[in-house]
Design a protein around this ligand. Sequence first.
Ligand code: SF4
Ligand code: SF4
Length: 450
Amino acid sequence: MKTEFTKRQLRNDNIQLANDIFRRCVHCGLCTATCSSYVVVGDERDSPRGRIYMIKDMLESGTVPDKTLTTHMDRCLSCFSCMTTCPSGVDYMHLSDLAREEIETHGPRSFYDRMIRAMLSSTLPYPGRFNVMLLLGRLARPLQPLLAIVGLKQMAAMLEMLPARRKKSPEFKGGGTARPKGQQHKRVLLMTGCVQQVVRPSINDASIRLMARQGIEVIVPEKSGCCGALDLHMGKVEKAGVHARRNIQAFKELEEQMPLDGIIINASGCGTTVKDYGHLFGSNKSLRSKKIKAEDAVKFSETVFDISEFLINYNFGTAQLWSDLKVAVHIPCSMMHGQKITDHPQTLLRNAGFTVLPIDEAHICCGSAGVYNVLQPEIATSLGQRKADHISRAKPDIVATANLGCLTQIDHHSSVPVVHFIELLDWAYGGPCPDGLENLKDRVDHLDQD
Ligand code: SF4
Ligand code: SF4
């Protein structure tokens, strides 16, 4: 793609980065067919190519984002299906990050829009505040239809997406260490996230139990928390940097005391972001501090593994399970397109004794995409329903996924029970039956317990 930046403009690091990205695009449009927003909306401006042109026009003209760019960037799910498809290696992810930051700083948002975003940013990353919000949200739930009627769709969507009941309290709370009973082979740091701790703490519990059983010492640092993805996807780069700095600092402190074999993430949305801390700190001087330098962020990112990446190298032994349960696996976009992990969860589940089914149109987003299902409820609902239809055609007993957002979104649209794949693995290797699968308990026999 031909660009017309002046030499002066190109002295700006962000413009230089954007220019390099634009130059790779050959306008072929192949990305359009696999774009999760385009398949629903059908407008070229809701495709990667359309957005790339609009971002280029804004940056070249040196103007602030207008209403059109804001609308169409807001409809992008950051699923990065376009990056998997693109034959030319266009780095849409970092280009969209730049555009979102511009929109957040200078874009034409209404007061209501800014208020919703500020509310999400100041509650979701903090488990204490989020718990209070859940409580208030449940009380306000009867107002949900009224909010939808008067056009406050995002508020209505927020209430609609609230978990219906309180999940069991976590078995492992706050910071701590799980030491394996037998021989210890590895030591890892587990990032337990923010929303996940509140909405489905059983995912972290299952991860800790499963790894400890495999001889892996699991440390959850007291200071670990939100990865910053929620803020980053809303263009709030400085706030994302605060979360990132805290996580990197926790890792540095621990690493000075003892050697670590990896930082484990069990939410693929967070994994994509933390694997990119190196770029975040490398391209934003303001995020660096005396304590956290760009090289610290790079080192952190290089130490991160999705839990499936880490466990795939473990010998779990032969299957310990007899079961006729069929599991349809939904690989989140952040895992498939963001981290290029396409089949580790399926392999681990198959090895554990489950029958694994594919889901059609696996490359298209389920509509969750961080807080997208709150901010863009109509498109998110279309995508959620589309995913649920594909799931029902596969006729599974269970859906397994690898990210809390997808789990919540699919659960909302599909009648098939949804769990994190790590909860199924934990069950197969001696853990409790996952929440929501109680009716299927009789269809599983643990061979080693006969
Ligand atoms: S990130 Fe997803 S929604 Fe956004 S342009 Fe790419 S494919 Fe489309
Ligand atoms: S597939 Fe890649 S090169 Fe082709 S239009 Fe899309 S971004 Fe540009």
